[in-house]
Design a protein around this ligand. Structure first.
Ligand SMILES: *Cc1c(COP(=O)(O)O)cnc(C)c1O
Length: 286
């Protein structure tokens, strides 16, 4: 089995820590957290694991322009802009929204030197591929060699970042003398859950993988993750079909929508402020 290579861009492995007080408070499950917020200051979060594989492919193809997309405050766009600056590859971002204030990740995108354009959230939902195609053609005709990274780097190649992460967790389990029975993460574009699930499946691990979707719904993500996994298996030259039936998607927590907090959610964070060190700024909730 030929496994895709990666660029070493993230600080790995990230630690796994026990959430003593939260476990105690809940009085049942023993809860640990995989600190993927430690992957690197400018690339903090989960996206860099997927970018390690996507950017290796881009470099191998001789790309000199990265095109990617996301929300205005996208962690993925910020990590891509940072790594473009590091690798000396230009970055163009397609951002859903309109003339935002220069702050947060968007400010960092600007400081990292990325160029960007805005499209409406509606167009992002329905015409994204067309917009990407037009941008690609324009940049190509300007003489660039563009490489497209989809939302969240969640495609066949990016997903290997979380395939590899599952392997990392298994090694850490051995060291720690623990076996996690369930792994829980937010589900935004599917590559994180997809990679964890693919590794678990191909290696016969008995683990429940849970994704809590932050947009769309269960049927959308079941379909999307199946597509991603199919694409990953093509890289591995595996052609049997892998069922996603036992992947757990917890639907019902989208609330007002992506990046929109209700007072209920803010209150929850405040109420649990003794755990806040873990619950804010961490990219993954295991
Ligand atoms: C992107 C993201 C996720 C979800 O990962 P996907 O691979 O896009 O499903 C979860 N948490 C944070 C903080 C993220 O930025």
């Amino acid at each position: 089995m030929k496994f895709p290579e990666r660029l070493k861009l993230a600080n790995l492995p990230t630690p796994i820590q026990k959430m003593e007080r939260l476990s105690h408070e809940l009085g049942g499950p023993q809860i640990y957290i995989k600190r993927d917020d430690y992957t690197g200051i400018e690339v903090s979060g989960n996206k860099i694991r997927k970018l390690e594989y996507a950017l290796k492919e881009a470099v191998d193809l001789g790309a000199d322009m990265l095109i990617t997309c996301g929300g205005i405050q996208s962690n993925h766009c910020r990590a891509t802009a940072a790594m473009g600056a590091k690798l000396g590859i230009k970055v163009h971002l397609i951002l859903a929204g309109d003339s935002p204030e220069l702050q947060g990740n968007f400010l960092l995108d600007e400081l990292f030197g990325a160029s960007y354009q805005f499209i409406t959230p509606e167009a992002y939902g329905s015409q994204l591929n067309l917009v990407i195609k037009k941008v690609y053609e324009k940049l190509y005709s300007d003489g660039y060699k563009p490489y497209v990274i989809p939302t969240g780097a969640s495609n066949g190649i990016g997903t290997f970042g979380y395939y590899r992460c599952m392997k990392e967790i298994v090694k850490q389990e051995e060291k720690m003398g623990i076996q996690f029975d369930s792994i829980v993460t937010a589900l935004g574009s599917g590559g994180t859950v997809g990679g964890l699930f693919l590794y678990a499946k191909l290696n016969g691990l008995r683990k429940n993988i849970y994704g809590i979707n932050i947009s769309a719904d269960e049927s959308y993500f079941r379909q999307r993750i199946s597509e991603i996994i199919k694409e990953s298996m093509e890289y591995l030259s595996i052609n049997h079909k892998l069922s996603c039936d036992d992947l757990n998607i917890i639907d019902g927590y989208v609330g007002d929508g992506y990046a929109l907090s209700r007072s209920y959610e803010i209150d929850f964070i405040k109420k649990n402020r003794c755990f806040r060190r873990y619950c804010i700024g961490s990219s993954l909730y295991w």
